[in-house]
Design a protein around this ligand. Structure first.
Ligand SMILES: O=C(O)CCC(=O)C(=O)O
Ligand SMILES: [Fe+2]
Length: 357
């Protein structure tokens, strides 16, 4: 995450662990619509589904970093509450995924319990699009701070989506219009915590998965987040850490983007392992904003244009709305019917791709 202060509280990310080769994009250049930066964004979204965006040096980005910092502080406060208090707000898996998730309530690939805790806040609840849910007092007292986070983060995401509109041959605002903040959706802010681990442990704390929604903005201070590079088999030796960078957010695309782009954009497998080196011994906090489509948005590919490919023989686009699609996908994952895997990265229809990095 953000500040020098937070980064320097922890042991450094070790230099000798395998890291993913992600592009670091300048938010300033993206805002100024610099063509080569925009191209790098598109390439990242097709090839990896992940990139890093440097938010420093421009007021909108700096303001986001401040909000992320506040979210980190609130994350620590929430997890400073008694277990009994957190349990009162436990999420009900069959009803809703909002509220507190205790460590061990999810499963790893081998069926053993996971280790991450989180507190998941619904955007609808915080922005007043739905009836408010009841939270611990520290959350109730911070509703305004969370609102600021949601508004700012959404603004930044919309700028990033506008670049994708352009590269996919869509009218400006097409992708952003799928996730308006004044319509009910599954968008959320997740505050995650991972308790200290044994140094040298390689345990997985959150199982490999892709995100369901459209775009995720993630703030990390400690390492631990890993991605499985394109084409690599899902074995431990192939996973790569994403090194947290000062003043930057990690952005990744979710399955909804693959769906709308007819497979051109990529949603990549990622997981949370124990932080590398001495970082393992520290409590790891992270902050993630998950953008999901409004419940009524259709999940079929966006037809027409000369970039998004037409369905191939045997491929069918269903007219299913986001809310039903998310429910079905969630249930399939829980039943183990739909083993998570990276998706997308298909060649666009006609577009000439630049070779720059
Ligand atoms: O904590 C992190 O770095 C990533 C968490 C994540 O991937 C998720 O909650 O979907
Ligand atoms: Fe994720």
């Amino acid at each position: 995450m953000p500040t020098v202060d937070h980064f320097h509280k922890y042991p450094p990310f070790p230099a000798d662990v395998p890291v993913a080769d992600l592009r670091c994009l300048s938010f300033t250049k993206l805002l100024a619509d610099e063509e080569s930066e925009s191209e790098r964004l598109f390439q990242s979204c097709r090839e990896i589904g992940f990139f890093v965006v440097d938010l420093r040096g421009i007021s909108e980005g700096e303001a986001m970093l401040k909000h992320a910092e506040i979210a980190f502080d609130l994350n620590k406060k929430i997890f400073g509450l008694d277990q009994e208090e957190l349990n009162k707000h436990a999420f009900q898996p069959n009803e809703s995924l909002f509220g507190y998730k205790h460590a061990g309530s999810g499963k790893l690939e081998d069926g053993s319990p996971d280790a991450l805790e989180w507190y998941n806040l619904a955007q609808d609840d915080i922005l007043g699009t739905s009836a408010p849910r009841k939270h611990p007092q520290v959350v109730e007292d911070s509703r305004e701070a969370f609102q600021d986070f949601f508004y700012h983060a959404h603004g930044i995401i919309c700028h990033l989506l506008a670049h994708l509109d352009k590269h996919l041959g869509l009218r400006r605002n097409t992708l952003a219009s799928f996730s308006p903040q004044d319509k009910p959706s599954g968008s959320s802010l997740r505050l995650l915590k991972n308790s200290p681990q044994r140094i040298g442990s390689h345990r997985t704390n959150l199982v490999g998965h892709t995100d369901i929604g459209s775009m995720t903005m993630l703030f990390n201070v400690l390492g631990g987040l890993q991605i499985l590079p394109a084409g690599a088999e899902n074995v431990d030796a192939n996973w790569r850490y994403i090194k947290p960078e000062l003043g930057c957010a990690i952005i990744n695309l979710g399955d909804a983007m693959v769906q709308w782009s007819g497979g051109v954009l990529r949603s990549n497998m990622h997981r949370v392992a124990t932080a590398p080196g001495k970082q393992a011994g520290c409590t790891r906090y992270s902050v993630a904003y998950f953008v999901r489509p409004a419940h009524t948005v259709l999940m079929r590919r966006i037809a027409g244009g000369d970039v998004i490919p037409d369905p191939e023989d045997g491929e069918e686009d269903e007219d299913i709305c986001a809310q039903d699609w998310e429910k079905i996908r969630g249930a399939q994952i829980v039943r183990g019917e739909n083993k998570p895997k990276s998706m997308g990265g298909r060649m666009p229809k006609t577009r000439k791709l630049q070779a720059s990095r």
